[in-house]
Design a protein around this ligand. Structure first.
Ligand code: SF4
Length: 955
């Protein structure tokens, strides 16, 4: 309730902390009577996207249930504000269809028959299977595959305690390409823009409404704008973000790097760059390009060489490639230069995630930051590692000795993350099998491309021995599991989270609200599922208990990592795990807690978040620590080493820590790319994506037809249209987010699905005419390389011509009509395998009202569940980063008489062939010295250094 100050000075937007134990509001249902309702407010963290905003759970004192969620004003990143998905958590936790108990299949896998089981039986079954695999030296056959992590470090620790290389993630369908572009410059693989203090902000894609860290970033982008910053948005769609921009640059997809390099060329040729910064902080002396070697040359000669190298990136060339007007490119380049060190940007999804070579836009964007000296500055580009804080627990297991080639195969030595979209194809090729598979808040059948290949893998008990889906909601993937294990939403679990949301470091503490409240009142629980609805559990306790089940007597050396730091030999509790971290690993937190007479854990339970520091700028300029300096030496290239390891770099006569790159500087020239068989990409470059306009025409070519110098022939064999595909060729953008939906988890939120439940195909009027006069609502058939889908058209000028677009959020489906499987968001479908690898799906009915304990489910008024386009996409692994390149060429035609809305057909034999064509583009390991991948490039759950080397003939 907004508090009116009697002195009239101001309004208070949030309940003050001192009133959180008894917050009073009038009951809206009792209006116009004034009936008081009393709440206890408990902070937790939103689990509906990666941003980790602070929630306040309003627990009704009368019912003991959570009545609503609002923002936690004490959370430093979200500051009390939320997007629509935060408050909508209330509909997820109270959804009558949610899974409340652990379930075990009672018929054939995928048959949809389930029986309730106990957590003890689950732990015993998985404990025994995993123990046997470990005892038989089959550690690689145990795999944890995460969709939304929502926690920091605990899973990495668990897998290393098990001694296995078993961490798989969704990152290669999400952000791997952007990450490589950034890490080649400065090791950190994500940007942390200081939007609030910027003077010019450049966004590639729709970051204001749906970008990475959207709510925390969006509020700071607006703050920057309100303080006078200009905003430019490069996006083929007229998104809500683009509508807020001073400059909308509707670039043709995949051409963004050409525009960025043209901007760089304007800044270089007009001498608007920060020469001191470039000279001091890049490895320019290592640059070799076009026969020029910077070694022994002057800095001025280097600049001339760069100008020669990038000379072709004229504004006119960039306009021809991208469609962005040359004068806009020049103007924005000059504004970026004028902003200087206060130039901020973000790039995620769209350009990076859609395109072959999608890492180059990140590399080119960073060149603008380097030229303007806006790295590590107020209002500039900061490193995620400087703004994210991951404290360490009481003791950590050593790195694993193994290397799992199902995760990091030799073909993609530079992939930043696991090659997870290819897992079904790897198993089909006989590269391995999985004995115990944990999918965790992960729904690849629906969220990944090529979902039918996932179904084929998951239903095969030879390939996947035992599969548990750890999930808060039903999903298409859970349907093909052996066990469905209900895990908590935001207010039902513990997690520690931090993100690079602004120029500061913070941690947030997710907590099971009902357990915390009841424990405050003196009630005792062994496990969180005893306080949660049904037997909904949390992963932290699940992994601790599973580790004990694998190694009950401690003889395997696993159990020791899950024993109490305070009571040796006793099972670790979640309070002990986090309590120790808060007492020992978070600088300043014990003191802040002591000031209020609290223990650090009590402080975090009370406030839910803590800001660790705002001293985050220019971390590269910190002096090398005296202990590292003593006994160190300076190498010829200025790198300071101690015992063979780099500890810093000499800059302007001072030993400073620099960046974690081989040169300890920002790597304008990537020797790594040159050494690992991609010398043509040692500098930031632009090359044409697989969906470039010339590739569209070439996809329709007759054999041997010449498309001239504009077409990159490397991509010539990439597209082969199925013989029955027809229609005009367009580029499909299939990955834009809607601000209020979030992949699978929003499927059981009535508030969110009421807002949006359709994903029509965006078509520009020019293209609608070309297609024979298409109108909004007409039925279209979209052919991909492996099949087709049928959906409605939406004719709109908010999209570049030649491009069609469809949001990836819709198209949920279920195989049984009555099963309680997200009925408000899914269509009931008939799925048939009509030939080997040939799958047909037809919607039997859309969404319909249904009877539950919640009267709102009878009031469901929408019938559309959207169309599941991802099923018809083949895998497109970028040959360098391994990122799935989502954009694709499609052929669009009017649907025929036999086609119905939602129809899908896919041939997985074709998807396997597409995989082979893309794999042929790779340049596999070994790299220098017999390495699988460069030692300096980070790897999730990093094994021992020896594992980085391929086995020699001698072993
Ligand atoms: S941006 Fe929205 S969904 Fe994401 S954490 Fe914040 S409130 Fe939740």
């Amino acid at each position: 309730m907004t508090e009116f100050k009697r002195d009239g000075s101001h309004l208070s937007s949030y309940p003050p902390v001192e009133k959180w134990d008894d917050w009073v509001e009038y009951d809206p249902d009792a209006w116009p009577r004034r009936v008081e309702k009393h709440y206890q407010l408990v902070p937790t963290i939103c689990f509906n996207c990666e941003s980790a905003c602070g929630l306040l759970a309003y627990v009704d004192k009368e019912t003991g249930q959570v009545a609503k969620f609002e923002g936690n004003p004490k959370h430093p990143a979200s500051r009390g504000r939320l997007c629509a998905k935060g408050p909508a958590t209330i509909t997820q936790i109270h959804d009558p269809d949610r899974i409340l108990y652990p379930m075990k299949r009672s018929g054939p896998r995928g048959g949809g028959k389930w029986m309730r089981t106990s957590w003890d039986e689950v732990l015993e079954t998985f404990g025994a299977r995993i123990r046997k695999a470990f005892q038989e030296n089959r550690g690689e056959e145990v795999m944890y595959h995460v969709g939304r992590p929502g926690h920091d470090f605990i899973m990495e620790r668990t897998l290393q305690a098990w001694g296995i290389d078993g961490h798989n993630s969704h990152t290669n369908v999400c952000s791997s390409s952007a990450r490589l572009g950034y890490l080649l410059w400065h090791y950190a693989d994500r940007p942390s823009p200081d939007h609030a203090n910027a003077r010019f902000i450049l966004l590639l894609s729709a970051h204001l409404e749906s970008g990475h860290y959207f709510n925390p970033h969006a509020q700071r982008i607006i703050e920057g704008k309100m303080a006078g910053a200009k905003l430019a948005v490069m996006d083929p769609r007229l998104s809500n973000t683009a509508s807020m921009a001073d400059y909308w640059m509707p670039s043709y997809p995949g051409t963004e790097a050409a525009v960025l390099l043209a901007m760089a060329m304007v800044i270089l040729s007009e001498n608007r760059f920060d020469a001191t910064f470039v000279k001091n902080w890049t490895n320019w002396e290592e640059l070799e390009v076009d026969g020029f070697s910077a070694k022994g040359q002057s800095f001025e000669a280097l600049i001339e060489a760069l100008k020669r190298h990038y000379a072709k990136f004229t504004p006119e060339f960039a306009e021809k490639e991208s469609g962005v007007k040359a004068e806009v490119i020049v103007k924005t380049a000059r504004e970026i230069a004028a902003a200087g060190s206060r130039f901020a940007s973000h790039l995620w999804r769209g350009s990076a995630s859609g395109n072959l070579g999608g890492w180059q836009p990140a590399r080119a964007l960073m060149l603008l930051h380097v030229l303007t000296g806006s790295v590590g500055t107020p209002g500039g580009h900061n490193l995620n590692a400087w703004n994210k804080f991951v404290p360490r627990p009481y003791k950590n297991p050593p790195p694993q000795k193994r290397w799992n080639e199902l995760l990091y195969p030799q073909e993609w030595p530079l992939c930043t993350h696991e090659m997870s979209p290819l897992l079904p194809h790897f198993l089909k090729e006989g590269r391995g099998r999985i004995e115990a598979y944990f999918t965790r808040v992960f729904n690849p059948v629906w969220t990944y491309p090529d979902g039918f290949s996932w179904i084929e893998m998951l239903r095969d008990e030879e390939k996947v021995g035992l599969h548990a889906a750890l999930t808060p909601t039903w999903s298409e993937t859970a349907w093909f599991a052996d066990y469905v294990l209900p895990m908590g939403f935001s207010s039902e679990r513990h997690d520690l989270m931090s993100q690079e949301s602004y120029a500061g470091k913070w941690i947030g503490f997710r907590q099971p609200v009902l357990r915390v409240l009841q424990e405050r009142e003196g009630k005792k629980f062994d496990y969180t599922y005893q306080a949660n609805p049904g037997e909904v559990w949390e992963e932290d306790e699940f992994w601790i208990n599973l580790s004990w089940a694998i190694d009950p007597d401690g003889s395997m050396g696993i159990r020791q990592w899950f024993e109490s730091p305070y009571h040796p030999g006793k099972k670790l509790t979640v309070d002990e795990y986090y309590g120790w971290i808060f007492e020992n690993s978070v600088p300043g937190l014990p003191e802040a807690a002591a000031k209020e007479g609290l223990k650090p854990l009590e402080y975090m339970r009370k406030y839910g978040a803590y800001e660790v520091t705002t001293d985050v700028y220019k971390q590269n300029e910190k002096p090398v620590a005296p202990a590292d300096l003593s006994g160190s030496k300076v190498e010829a290239n200025g790198v300071v080493t101690k015992d063979g390891k780099a500890v810093g770099v000499m800059v302007d006569g001072a030993a400073v820590v620099g960046y974690n790159t081989p040169s300890r500087k920002l790597e304008l020239f990537s020797k790594t790319m040159a050494d690992w068989k991609w010398p043509e990409f040692a500098l930031p470059e632009y090359y044409r994506s697989h969906i470039h306009r010339s590739a569209q025409a070439a996809s329709m070519a007759k054999p041997g037809e010449d498309f001239g110098p504009d077409f990159d022939k490397r991509y010539m064999p990439l597209v082969e249209w199925p013989k029955d595909s027809n229609g005009e060729v367009y580029t499909l953008l299939p990955i834009f987010r809607l601000p209020h939906l979030i992949h699978t988890r929003s499927g059981n939120s009535k508030y969110l699905y009421e807002i949006a439940h359709k994903n029509p195909l965006w078509v520009n009027p020019v293209d609608a005419k070309e297609l024979g006069g298409i109108n909004t609502g007409d039925l279209l058939k979209v052919h991909t390389e492996i099949g087709f889908f049928v959906l409605h058209a939406w004719v709109t000028e908010g999209l570049t011509p030649g491009v069609v677009a469809c949001s990836h959020h819709m198209g949920r489906w279920r195989l049984n009509k009555e099963d309680h499987v997200e009925r408000m968001s899914s269509a009931w479908v008939d799925l048939k395998e009509v030939g080997k690898g040939q799958w047909k799906m037809r919607q039997t009915s859309g969404v319909e009202p249904y009877e539950t304990s919640d009267p709102d489910t009878k009031r469901v008024w929408w019938s559309d569940a959207g169309v599941h386009q991802n099923l018809t996409f083949p895998v497109h692994p970028d040959p360098i980063t391994g990122m799935h390149c989502w954009h694709q060429m499609v052929r669009v035609e009017r649907a025929g008489a036999g086609d119905r809305y939602g129809d899908i057909f896919v041939d997985t034999n074709l998807s396997f062939a597409v995989y082979q064509r893309w794999k042929a583009l790779t340049r596999p390991a070994p790299g220098p010295g017999g390495l699988r991948r460069p030692l300096w490039i980070p790897r999730v759950v990093r094994p021992v250094e020896a594992a980085f080397y391929l086995p020699t003939e001698k072993g």
